[in-house]
Design a protein around this ligand. Structure first.
Ligand code: GDP
Ligand code: IMO
Ligand code: MG
Length: 430
């Protein structure tokens, strides 16, 4: 029996929410361990859609414990709003079903304000962040001036910390020509929201340690995707956290041996939202078709996602760097009806062939994809629930991907609906 970590293997939006929700029937505890409300995870259950940003995707199942770990940056107002939205959809959320790590860092109003001002100042070099203040909150954490959930219990101490934090940011905001943030207002607002979120706070590392000793199954839910990892992604066009499965341990307070299987969620083609290199991007009819058929609009910001062919180079790299044991291949149905499909198997850079994505921003902008072409299929795979329902050309496409990335497709997904999923190898029992 294993604990499983789910991570995105591309640039996010691979379908992590759907797969985590589906897998969570087998788990006891579901844990978010990095990112924040920049994430947008979509679940569709019997035609009802749930859009989650901070809440773990296990929240909709009764009898599961949902945990927001210390590695997540938490906007307390966004959290309460999301809790209310999901409660309004009939989901019960109480301190018995949701625990927020007391040592998680908070996103304060100054963080999105700075995010916005910095993006504007970057001009053409902008990252295309979600403007949620994610990067700024992580900066404050590492700079050791961050405000944490547990600080909300100590009003005077909170004010001192807040003052130091705002001295820093207000100087920058002034320099950027943006309005400054008021100390007293932020303090009052934080104390008010603290009353609402503190009942959910808990000692997550202890809860997970106990769960482990009781042989409970833990499912770790990653946000974003490997190519957005702050170390291993397309830096600086990345988010500000680590996405790799190792982060599931640091971001929740459990040892690395607690994770036995890493499932990499992988879209059957490639998308990216925001700026940055994207070697297999298609600025043509096929790219538009993928976007339309795949409904490729951001769950969090509504922005149009850029679309392109499957890039086996980046997924292979994610498999190795992220510690991925098997993938869940999603959105296969979106490829239905294409005459032929291309897979990027390597890059060309300055006349040389590469089997990996180099780290340099300059090189990443210049690599050209080397493609191989596969036959498409006309049959519909939408909603297929077994391998027997898939056309031979689709199976060939999957097999080729497995060969190129070096790990099996353990799960296949053929529609947004929870149960339109094909299980090949159960990650909890390998
Ligand atoms: P996440 O951020 O990785 O959780 O992914 P998002 O929820 O942002 O985006 C994935 C989108 O694809 C959502 O709208 C899902 O409902 C949808 N989706 C997931 N799996 C499939 C699939 O196999 N087929 C189709 N057509 N849509 C899917
Ligand atoms: P899920 O969990 C796709 C992207 C942003 C931007 C970059 C930095 O739904 O897969 P940030 O606000 O994090 O500082 O933005 O990262 N980004 C995502 N792209 N899916 C996500 O999450 C993302 N979270 C952040 O578009 O390019
Ligand atoms: Mg998403």
């Amino acid at each position: 029996m294993a604990n499983v970590a789910v991570i995105g293997s591309q640039w996010g939006d691979e379908g992590k929410g759907k797969i985590v929700d589906w897998l969570s029937s087998r788990a006891d505890v579901v844990v978010r361990f990095q990112g924040g409300h920049n994430a947008g995870h979509t679940l569709v259950i019997d035609g009802v859609t749930y859009k989650l940003h901070l809440l773990p995707s296990g929240i909709v199942r009764k009898g599961k414990l949902s945990v927001i770990g210390n590695g997540v940056v938490v906007n307390p107002w966004a959290l309460m709003e999301e809790i209310e939205t999901v409660r309004a959809q009939g989901v019960e959320i109480t301190p018995e079903t949701l625990v927020l790590a007391e040592n998680a860092n908070l996103i304060l109003p100054v963080h999105p304000a700075m995010d916005e001002a910095l993006e504007a100042a970057r001009g053409k070099g902008k990252i295309g962040t979600t403007k949620r203040g994610i990067g700024l909150a992580y900066e404050d954490k590492v700079a050791r001036r961050g405000i944490r959930v547990c600080d909300l219990r100590h009003p005077e101490f909170l004010k001192e910390k807040l003052e130091a934090l705002l001295v820093h940011h207000n100087a920058l905001l002034k320099g950027l020509g943006a309005p400054e943030i008021d100390l007293n207002q932020t303090h009052d607002d934080l104390l008010a929201i603290g009353e609402q979120i503190l009942p959910f706070s808990g000692v997550v590392w202890k809860i997970l340690d106990e769960a482990r000793h009781q042989q409970k199954k833990i499912l770790f839910e990653g946000a974003q995707g490997m190519m957005l990892d702050v170390d291993h992604g397309t830096y600086p066009f990345v988010t500000s956290s680590n996405i790799v499965a190792a982060q599931a341990a640091t971001g929740s307070g459990i040892g690395p041996k607690a994770i036995q299987y890493v499932l990499g969620i992988t879209k059957a083609y490639t998308t990216r939202v925001g700026a940055g290199p994207f070697p297999t991007e298609l600025n043509d009819e096929i790219g538009n078709r993928l976007g339309e058929k795949g409904h490729e609009f951001g769950t969090t910001t509504g922005r149009k996602r850029r679309c392109g062919w499957f890039d086996a180079v980046i997924v292979r790299q994610s498999v190795k760097v992220g510690g991925i044991d098997g993938i869940a291949l999603t959105k296969l149905d979106v490829l239905d009806g294409l005459d032929e499909l291309k897979i990027c198997t390597g890059y060309e850079l300055n006349g040389e062939k590469l089997d990996y994505l180099p780290a340099s921003q300059v090189d990443q902008a210049n690599v050209k994809p080397i493609y191989e072409t596969l036959e498409g299929w006309n049959e519909s795979t939408f909603g297929a629930r077994s391998y027997a329902d898939l056309p031979a050309a689709a199976i060939k496409y999957i097999r080729r991907i497995e060969e190129l990335i070096g790990v099996p497709a353990s799960v296949l997904s053929t529609s947004p609906e929870r149960d339109d999923t094909i299980l090949v190898e159960d990650p909890f029992f390998v």
